[in-house]
Design a protein around this ligand. Structure first.
Ligand SMILES: Nc1ncnc2c1ncn2[C@@H]1O[C@H](COP(=O)(O)OP(=O)(O)OP(=O)(O)O)[C@@H](O)[C@H]1O
Length: 301
């Protein structure tokens, strides 16, 4: 049985008040199962980043519930939220959020430092993560002395260091050229497939969205149900719907036509795999990002 790793109930986010009030999320109910890869898509301003920030416990909802592995998070204090985020989540953002004057290894091991892991263990696990991303030879480099693709691999190594249940990726390839985007996507989807890490990806890139096993379409702060297949579990129940589950039918968007079709889980996986190749004409090419000058690290603050 596939268990929900993240669930929301009637999630509402209101920014401002009075005349400046803006209802960014208007009652979002969703479940994301362990091992899924979910794309959050929609027009600019539809609420994608707001939803991701709430799911990642980086911001609190105005109303509603976010539950992680069945546990509602609303009553947790700031310290508990920090610890939970640091241990359960990894973050891969377009802007990298690497600390420029620290080494690659120091950047990668920051979540362990926050968690109070001692230096020798940090180094061991940091080198292990860098080896997975084929970046071990750059461990002593300053984070600024890397190409865009290398920076994003360092960011992924940092996201992996605590063996997260979920990686949140906000436009993870937005600053990369097409070839490098493909490499970074392959790494992320490889982690999803091989380690079962759940992926939640916010993107404007239809090709990246189509590589995910499910797409959630947001329109003006609400899920467009007709275009967003539901997860195969009931809210907070941990049980599969009748006829669904590990081997049951799943509804997916057919990449070529955009039509929703219902397939066996195996066929849906095959379709998702087929959608990956041949690779995609028309993706925008972006220049390498300039080295970040921020000392934000995007991990637990
Ligand atoms: N801190 C804030 N204060 C007021 N309004 C906000 C705030 N953050 C977001 N909003 C508004 O909420 C709406 C949703 O914003 P959000 O960033 O979630 O959209 P998005 O779908 O991620 O957009 P984009 O694709 O352009 O990044 C927008 O209209 C935005 O202006």
């Amino acid at each position: 049985m596939t268990a929900p790793v993240l669930e929301t109930e009637n999630l509402v986010k209101i920014y401002g008040r009075g005349e400046t009030r803006f209802d960014a999320l208007k009652g979002v109910n969703l479940q994301i199962n362990e091992g899924e890869s979910v794309a959050v898509v929609g027009k600019s301003g539809s609420g994608k980043s707001t939803l991701m920030h709430l799911l990642a416990l980086l911001d609190a909802p105005t109303h509603g519930v976010v539950a992680l592995k069945g546990q509602p998070t609303g009553d947790l204090d700031a310290k508990e939220l920090n610890e939970l985020r640091n241990s359960a989540f990894g973050f891969v953002f377009q802007q990298f959020f690497l600390t420029p004057n620290q080494t690659v290894l120091e950047n990668v091991t920051l979540p362990l430092k926050i968690a109070g892991v001692h230096a020798a263990e940090r180094k061991r696990r940091g080198m292990e993560a860098l080896e997975q991303l084929e970046m071990a030879d750059k461990a002593s480099n300053k984070a600024t002395d890397l190409s865009g693709g290398q920076k994003q691999r360092v960011v992924i190594a940092r996201a992996l260091i605590n063996n997260p249940s979920v990686i949140f990726a906000d436009e993870p390839t937005g600053n990369l050229d097409t070839a490098t985007s493909d490499v970074v996507e392959d790494i992320l989807f490889g982690l999803n497939k091989e380690k079962g890490i759940t992926l939640v990806v916010v993107t404007h890139d239809p090709d990246l969205a189509s590589r995910c096993s499910r797409q959630i379409y947001l329109v003006d702060g609400e899920i467009d149900q007709s275009a967003s297949p539901a997860a195969a579990t009931h809210m907070f129940s941990g049980r599969s719907k009748p006829g669904e589950g590990d081997n049951g039918p799943v509804t997916v968007k057919e990449p070529a036509t955009g039509q929703l079709i219902t397939l066996s889980e195996a066929d849906a996986a095959e379709l998702a795999e087929a959608a990956r190749r041949p690779r995609r004409a028309g993706r925008h090419a972006a220049p390498w990002a300039e080295p970040s000058t921020t000392d934000q690290q995007g991990v637990s603050e």
